[in-house]
Design a protein around this ligand. Structure first.
Ligand code: AGP
Length: 589
């Protein structure tokens, strides 16, 4: 949440900051702002709303900071927009200062007046109070007083060409290009700007000064770092339409790239753990949690070993039964989700082996895990996850197959069919015309259910999450058999129920549920790859999915639902890329 960027450029840095902020905007779009330093003075422009709202005549300065906000403390407003300025300092912040109220009271007692309701303003006022001529020392001393999470970038009007940054539990990365040096919240936001990057670890500081980037500890001692080349951004997201539509269109290619990367991945370093781990856990949030649950289904079904799948936010606070010799699979597109990171840290602290599945190779989670599977979904800009989900499923099925190999000395029968998924995903686009019609028909619905059994419940849950997230419609993903235990009471004339039935053995059971809701007036839609299942259904509409082996079906069956949600969103008049109240990378609890 919140994107921060800093830039020291050989020329004016205004356009570079704005371009970076555009790339960071998926981290928050409640407000945007920049501060540039020129001739010992700050030029600040900040406003409620997205980055386009602050575009205009360039501000002057070769050193600057920028911010895209996802509001936590203080409502979205011009006043609460970053950067915050106090005396000789300007600051942007991502995170939450948990002791802000106490610090604010202390500073007010010392005569400080605050201009915003944010927790962040406390930091800049503290720095200004502690400044005795040493910029870095003032920032380090202020950070020592903070509790909570922060990634900050600070300018000092006494120090042209200098930015001091600090990281504690919020991502921060430095980037170098020929003509500029950067700090930023996100690696993808530096893609196309910087050629080399190096992430900071918790407790570390970054100082850009005299044309160099230095990583420092709190005492100002330099920490050696290796910079890695930034991989080029995926190009398929260029084009017209929303990012979400383009990202759905990129699913086949993302699957191809991910499969190629998986085939190059050497699992030997974690063979001992895959073979011998005691308990197996899977932790994740939101969409990634649905992928983790599909992993549970696959491992339990193919390997016969139980997998305990938990929302990361629950795992970390429930004193989980994880310990020495266990395996924890942590799934996260961004690799920066605070709850998933903390769950992985807790597991490591208790002696478990952490295997992560991330889309960002240098993300915090990838760095901290014992082993990382790097998927190749390419940059995902829309807040709603689409192609990353399909790729997470692919990676996790691949991992389930490795577990099967290491425990049973054979791969599951479907392992050879992973290569059919990109073509099947492309074939699933054939359902889109029908999804357009359904979205047009159902756009005025008050709510809807998505139901299924076994792994189809994961698809149903993901379809429902997408509809909630971007079409702002109550939707629930439900086990078909559970409906009659209470929820059926909500079915009335015209209530839409989408059923996913891709397991032949369970299709009849799903059909029975459809009959039960149909006879109570529901408008029903059935998704299956089986012609006979569709032909014999009482559903009002049927959608034929591509034929894929049942275990791998969630990778493909979700595609029409992702597209349906996107169309519902557009028809209901919303922007699919920037759902209200949300941001892509959830780096606060
Ligand atoms: C999905 O559409 C959401 N934007 C959200 O549930 C997301 O998947 C979740 O916040 C986890 O993010 P991560 O994969 O980056 O950890």
């Amino acid at each position: 949440m919140c994107g921060i960027i800093g830039c020291v450029s050989k020329e004016n840095c205004y356009e570079k900051l704005l371009a970076g902020m555009k790339r960071l905007e998926y981290r928050g779009y409640d407000s945007a702002g920049v501060a540039l330093l020129s001739d010992g003075k700050f030029a600040v422009r900040k406003r409620r709303g997205g980055v386009s709202g602050i575009a205009g005549a360039p501000l002057c300065g070769d050193t600057g900071i920028g911010h895209t906000r996802w509001a936590t403390h203080g409502k979205p407003s011009d006043r609460n927009a970053h950067p915050h300025v106090a005396g000789k300092f300007a600051l942007v912040h991502n995170g939450i200062v948990e002791n802000h109220a106490r610090l604010r009271a202390e500073l007010e007692a010392e005569g400080e007046s605050f201009l915003s309701e944010t927790d962040s303003e406390v930091i800049v006022r503290l720095i200004a109070r502690l400044y005795e001529g040493d910029f870095f020392a003032a920032v380090a001393a202020a950070c020592a007083r903070l509790e909570g999470s922060y990634a900050i970038a600070v300018l000092c009007s006494d120090c042209p060409g200098e930015i001091v940054c600090a990281r504690q539990k919020s991502p921060l990365v430095a980037g170098a290009a020929e003509d500029a040096l950067y700090v930023c919240s996100d690696i993808p936001a530096l893609c196309g700007a910087a050629s080399y990057i190096a992430p900071a670890a918790d407790g570390e500081f970054i100082r850009i000064a005299e044309g160099k980037i230095a990583f420092l500890d709190a005492q100002g001692r330099e920490i050696p770092k290796t910079f890695s080349r930034v991989e080029p951004c995926a190009a398929a997201e260029t084009g017209t339409g929303s990012f979400m539509e383009r990202e759905i269109a990129a699913i086949p290619r993302a699957l191809e790239d991910t499969l190629a990367a998986l085939r190059r991945t050497d699992f030997a370093p974690c063979a001992r753990v895959l073979r011998g781990a005691g308990k197996i856990f899977a932790v994740a949030c939101g969409t990634a949690l649905h992928a983790a649950l599909a992993f549970k289904d696959a491992v339990e079904g193919e390997v016969g070993v139980p997998v305990l799948a938990h929302p990361a936010s629950e795992f970390r606070y429930r004193d989980p039964l994880v310990g020495e010799g266990d395996l924890v699979v942590a799934v996260s597109q961004s690799g920066e989700t605070a709850d998933t990171l903390e769950a992985a840290r807790l597991a490591k602290a208790r002696g478990a082996y952490v295997l992560s599945v991330t889309n960002i190779a240098h993300s915090s989670l990838a760095q901290e895990a014992d082993f990382n599977i790097a998927m190749r979904a390419g940059a995902e800009i829309a807040v709603a996850a689409t192609k990353s989900y399909n790729c997470q499923l692919l990676c996790l099925y691949y991992l389930a197959a490795q577990l099967c190999f290491f425990r049973k000395t054979r791969f599951p029968a479907w392992f050879a069919e992973l290569g059919t998924l990109p073509a099947a995903a492309r074939e699933a686009f054939g359902c889109f015309a029908q999804m357009n019609e359904l979205a047009a028909r159902l756009q005025g619905a008050q709510g809807m259910y998505f139901i299924g059994r076994d792994s189809d419940v994961r698809t149903a849950a993901e379809g429902a999450l997408k509809v909630k997230e971007i079409a702002y419609l109550f939707a629930e993903g439900y086990c078909a058999g559970e409906l009659k235990h209470g929820t059926l009471a909500l079915i009335e004339e015209g209530f839409p129920v989408f059923a996913v039935a891709t397991r032949r053995a369970l299709a009849k059971k799903c059909e029975n549920t459809l009959a039960e809701v149909s006879s109570r007036g529901a408008y029903t839609v059935l998704f299956s790859q089986y012609e006979d299942v569709l032909a014999e259904s009482c559903a009002d509409a049927v959608c034929r999915l591509p034929a894929v082996c049942e275990r791998l079906m969630p990778v493909v069956a979700v595609i029409p639902l992702q597209y349906f949600a996107c169309r519902m969103c557009v028809l209901r008049g919303y922007d699919p890329d920037k759902p209200r109240n949300l941001a892509k990378s959830v780096t606060v609890e």
